[in-house]
Design a protein around this ligand. Structure first.
Ligand SMILES: CS(=O)(=O)NCc1cccc(-c2cn3c(Cl)cnc3c(Nc3ccc(N4CCOCC4)cc3)n2)c1
Length: 279
């Protein structure tokens, strides 16, 4: 067993391999000495946070995520800091980034996509009850637990894989709802219904393997504002029906999360999930 270099020990933790790295820091596998508890440590560098002028956002994201308890929301157990760094103690998601799984499989079979969408609907129902709007639902911000369960993981901090990610990734427009794309038209900046639109984009991407409005940045904005997308014929009628009820330009007309969970497409594929999880 190779000794972990001294400087990597953060007091009570033994720090393991890096899991991912990005703009504001790296994520490491770690184990808490006393208990042997395995977790992930996200190390944020204070000077980079200061440069990025995102101190308030970091505080808010920590505040939000530490108060959340849901099987499909990645836990933030705590955080601590030393002179140079802020370290977040996060739940370890045993199967890594959903984005990687989607990339490898191209697109998911309908039963798997339905299970994932049902879990996302449960997570969003929980978040919206706590008045948290995720605002950034996309495969890159979702991790997979050891038993294949989804974990909404990014409350403001996207961590990028060491390996190449989709170029459009940083600041992709694909998931933006019309009310945020089309400034003049937007009466209210946005409310929790932006997560419903994003859930529709996510469902489309799971089933088709690409986002519904994927195009050049200019064209993507135009197509989102018009809801200009085509659903391939290999997508089932029930799935097509649900996508169309989520990707509705008028946010007030979008299907509710409760109705998503009761939709025939979800029911036929997730007999047990919806009954079990009444949270
Ligand atoms: C190439 S990749 O799949 O490793 N992606 C790199 C990457 C980028 C950003 C954040 C993470 C990340 C963050 N995590 C947090 Cl926060 C909690 N658990 C994880 C967490 N867990 C994790 C669990 C397993 C794996 N493996 C599984 C076997 O195949 C190689 C990847 C990776 C990450 N990963 C990983």
């Amino acid at each position: 067993k190779h000794p972990v270099p001294k400087e990597l020990h953060l007091g009570m933790f033994e720090v393991g391999r890096p899991l991912g790295k990005g703009k504001f820091g790296r994520v490491y596998l770690a184990r808490e000495r006393e208990s042997g508890f395995v977790c992930a440590l996200k190390v944020l560098h204070k000077d980079e946070i200061r440069q990025g002028r995102v101190e308030k956002q970091v505080a808010r994201e920590i505040e939000i995520q530490s108060n959340l308890r849901h099987p499909n929301v990645l836990r933030l157990y705590g955080h601590f800091q030393d002179r140079k760094r802020i370290i977040l103690i996060l739940e370890y998601a045993g199967k890594g980034e959903l984005f990687k799984h989607l990339q490898k499989e191209n697109r998911f079979p309908e039963w798997k996509a339905a299970h994932y969408i049902a879990q996302m609907a449960s997570a969003l129902i929980y978040l919206h009850r706590k008045h948290v709007i995720h605002r950034d639902i996309k495969p890159e911000n979702i991790l997979v637990g050891l038993h294949g369960e989804l974990k909404v993981s990014d409350f403001g901090w996207s961590v990028h894989a060491p390996s190449g990610r989709r170029l459009t990734m940083c600041g992709t427009l694909d998931y933006l709802p019309p009310e945020m794309v089309d400034q003049k038209r937007s009466t209210k900046p946005y409310d929790e219904k932006v997560d419903l639109w994003a859930l529709g984009v996510l469902m489309y991407e799971f089933l088709v393997g690409s986002a519904p409005f994927e195009d050049t940045p200019i064209m993507t904005k135009r197509r989102i504002a018009k809801g200009d997308m085509t659903i391939p014929s290999f997508v089932s009628h029930e799935a097509t029906d649900l996508i169309k009820k989520l990707l509705v330009l008028d946010s007030d007309q979008r299907i509710s999360l409760e109705k998503v969970r009761q939709h025939p497409w979800i029911i036929t594929h997730c007999e047990n999930i919806t009954k079990q999880d009444k949270s």
